[in-house]
Design a protein. Sequence first.
Length: 171
Amino acid sequence: MSKQVWGTFSVKDHCEPNAFVAEVMLYDRLVIPVPPDDKERARWRESGWQPERLDKLLEILGDRAYVVNWDDERQKRWKARYDAGADIAQAVPDWAFAATRTELTQGLPRHVTGIQVITNYTAMAELERDLRLRPRERFRCVGALHLRSSAMSFSSLTIPAGVTRICSGRP
């Protein structure tokens, strides 16, 4: 069997717009928690985790989804992990959901031998917030000409003859 890359998800990842669209291209299998009974489905519904939407997505994913019952035993282990990371939980708003993804790595099939937990960011703002990133200056101006740079910064710039003022920062 060739090496596979599996991705784990939280109890609410399927609620995002375009859930699993990019991930199905990145991962061979998607490990997804599901409510094991009607009582848990009702709790998910009350929490806004849309179990009906999950049902539809699982039908679309077919065998690419590896479902794991989010039962009482898993929730107890999750709570122990969450409580142990209480300091992290205060610094990282979605720590509870990250702990869910980690819990899902327990009990995977024997042929899944290596696990690397990677945070799945669905928006740049989440990445910037969690890693406390600050965007670099996005504007450079030469005289009255303002150039906007989204992903690159200018380390050197050829200045046309006659330009006397150079500035950096927001125009």
